[in-house]
Design a protein around this ligand. Structure first.
Ligand code: ZN
Length: 433
């Protein structure tokens, strides 16, 4: 395949694999495990960070207050992720994890315990591990790092229980409920209102969040060759199933290419997220967002399962005859459309809707005066996230628009109000993984 990469404005017209290849070439010497390079002045300027936010600066406590230790280095990778199966031959080794040895061609349900309740009783959470009969990479799946995000729990269960260890090359480790204390309370947070996903890779002597993060990283994540961290929208918002990935990192691009029919949103991970810490430790990681919190949404669950099972197939870990679905677009920028008035928000679009600039997205009605205002899109693109119908305050982020490249490039300077403005530093209230 011959791919022509133009310096600007053209990626949206390439197929997704071609566009990602361009990014891969453009990323050049970016190496997993090092700080990602800043986009250079040629071509890669297309890769604008679209979702960065300083969620840790919201009402919950911040990881900035304490020092996070160096990430536990990942185990050495025998072969690069992309070549792991094609070059791996012979018989698989036993998988050693959490003090157990899992023989090739078998699966075990283990328990991981990072912390104690006030009564001194350890809090444990299940870990599902499948060690294939044949050698290959170890793929890890984590869910419910935010305790109220349920779809990922079901995605991990379905994927892990669908795997036949006799037909697997490599290993799959699933942690369906990382934040078990939040899960029990139906809360995004830990009991001290810390957001666990701002404390990776953790600190063994730090806060409860930093200790749990450190234990997870040391006990499980360091065994992985690649990581998929499953999330949903937060605070009554839902996301179209999508991969969030730092497309400046070639190993992350390799991982992203494997999912089949899923929207990709380029996003530089926030420091302290599991995705950031894992990638810094040499473990390419992406976040999969699917649906909203506090509900089990089967359409989104099936989408996530299809994506991960396609990934297992494209990494060569399982044999499957065909690639799932048509490729979806890659969005390099996105923007939240906010409410200018308080009142009752009702959407006129749904997740996945294609929209044109000026289209009606929803209405906000003041329950006292019955005054109705309209929210219209400043961009053409696609609805990749939205707030469920609810009562909102002015400033509330209501609709997340994935913006077509020609909408923002090359005249990006004219783009009026992207989230990364100097006043907010890119802050988007609680919308990131
Ligand atoms: Zn989350």
């Amino acid at each position: 395949m011959r791919v022509i990469c133009r310096p600007s404005g053209s990626l949206s017209r390439l197929s997704r694999p071609a566009a990602l290849l361009c990014l891969l070439f453009a990323a050049g010497s970016a190496v997993a495990g090092e700080t990602a390079v800043e986009p250079s002045g040629s071509g890669v300027d297309l890769i604008q960070d679209s979702t960065y936010d300083a969620d840790s600066r919201s009402s919950e406590t911040s990881a900035a207050a304490e020092d996070l230790v160096e990430a536990v280095p990942a185990h050495p990778h025998d072969v690069p992720l992309a070549d792991a199966v094609t070059t791996a031959t012979g018989i698989a080794e036993p998988l050693g994890i959490l003090g157990r040895e899992i023989a090739p061609g078998s699966a075990q349900r283990l328990a991981w315990s990072a912390t104690e309740l006030f009564e001194g009783v350890p809090v444990s959470t299940p870990v599902l591990a499948v060690n294939g009969k044949l050698p290959g990479p170890t793929l890890c799946l984590t869910a419910a790092v935010h305790g109220d995000e349920l779809n990922g729990i079901e995605i991990v269960r379905r994927v892990l229980h669908d795997i036949d260890p006799d037909k697997l090359s490599g290993a799959v480790i699933g942690v369906p409920i990382v934040n078990v204390q939040g899960f029990r309370r139906g809360s995004r947070y830990l009991p001290d209102r810390r957001d666990l996903n701002r404390y990776f890779p953790g600190n063994p002597n730090g806060s409860a969040a930093a200790r749990i993060a450190h234990a997870l990283f040391k006990d499980i994540i360091a065994h992985c060759d690649a990581l998929v961290d499953l999330h949903t929208g937060s605070f009554e918002r839902a996301n179209l199933p999508q991969i969030r990935a730092d497309l400046r990192n070639p190993d992350v691009v390799t991982l992203t290419l494997g999912f089949g029919s899923m929207v990709v949103l380029h996003s530089q991970p926030t420091v302290g997220t599991l995705r950031h810490a894992a990638t810094m430790a040499g473990i390419p990681a992406v976040t999969v967002e699917a649906g909203g919190p506090a509900q089990l949404e089967l359409v989104e669950v099936k989408h996530g399962v299809n994506g991960i099972e396609t990934l297992l197939s494209t990494l060569g870990m399982v044999k499957k005859s065909r690639f799932w679905g048509d490729p979806e677009p890659v969005y390099y920028r996105s923007s939240w459309v906010r409410a200018d008035n308080g009142g009752i928000l009702l959407a006129d679009v749904s997740l996945g809707s294609s929209i044109r600039k000026g289209d009606l997205l929803g209405t906000i009605t003041d329950p006292m005066s019955n005054m109705r205002t309209e929210l219209r899109s400043p961009y053409s693109g696609r609805i990749i996230g939205l707030a469920r119908n609810q009562v909102v305050m002015p400033g509330f982020a209501a609709f997340h628009v994935g913006i077509q490249a020609e909408e923002v490039m090359p005249d990006e300077a004219d783009a009026p109000d992207f989230e990364r403005d100097p006043d907010t530093g890119g802050y988007v209230d609680g919308m990131s993984e």
